[in-house]
Design a protein around this ligand. Sequence first.
Ligand code: NAP
Length: 274
Amino acid sequence: MHTTPSKKVALITGASSGIGCETARMLAKRGFRVFGTARDPRKIAAIPGMHVLPLDVTDQSSVTNGVQSVLQDAGAVHALVNAAGYMVSGGLEETSIEEAQQQFDTNFFGLMRVIQAVLPTMRQQGYGRIVNISSVLGFLPAPYMGIYAATKHAVEGYTETLDHEVRQFGIRALLVEPGFTKTNLGKNSRNTSANLEAYAAQKNRVAEGVQRNIAQGDDAGIVAEAVYEALTAKAPSLRYPTGKGVTLSRLRRFVPSKMFDKSFRKQFHLDESL
Ligand SMILES: NC(=O)c1ccc[n+]([C@@H]2O[C@H](COP(=O)([O-])OP(=O)(O)OC[C@H]3O[C@@H](n4cnc5c(N)ncnc54)[C@H](OP(=O)(O)O)[C@@H]3O)[C@@H](O)[C@H]2O)c1
């Protein structure tokens, strides 16, 4: 039975771990009626007041059914947080088309499927907030995480455009851009099946740095706070960089490109003389 919702209803993908999990916890605590989703709902931590649902963002019928369940139960969906994602690690020459397609299927088309499933309801309501978890790698290059970065660059272009198309209906589409954050992203990353000897030394150096940066990264709560701000601000910003992302976003915009290139290569343990 549909009831008039007294609380804002939030649907979160990727709620079984990391950023999605912390966001679900924070939104539930701050008064949202939260529907937390992941492929296997048994992996989602019990959070008081949160409903859990199975939702695989790569499977259209799973997305349709998941959104239908929310609508049947709550009668509305005011907020969508797209946090589901993973990272494929490996050089671009080493990445097969199939590995790249799978990466896009989750990180980009997955998000698009869920957005298309909630938009008709949000338009009818005349209200909606969509927050897509992008990354600093949505505006920076990312050696040996190139296809992951390409999905995040795609999310950036898609979201900014969507925001212009749906604002007329009272809907906003917004980006949260975390820097390295302590989650299971590194542990859950998938390596390319091809490994070319020519890249091995540099790739291992970069990969060790990335795993270290994730382990020493920001708390996921910082990202959840930015999501909350994007969902509740009266006049939200299009982009919410978090943690070190704040400085990186400024550097990317204001530092001359040659200087940026040099410092970027140093940070990523690439030969600065090249
Ligand atoms: N950690 C960082 O440093 C960092 C930085 C910038 C951006 N991000 C972004 O933040 C988002 C969350 O990642 P995280 O760092 O929190 O990593 P995480 O701890 O590995 O969590 C990833 C989540 O995505 C879900 N997921 C993966 N494939 C899915 C699918 N096909 N359908 C539904 N859910 C799926 C996982 O759920 P199940 O496997 O249980 O289904 C899990 O809940 C990602 O988009 C990531 O790119 C992370």
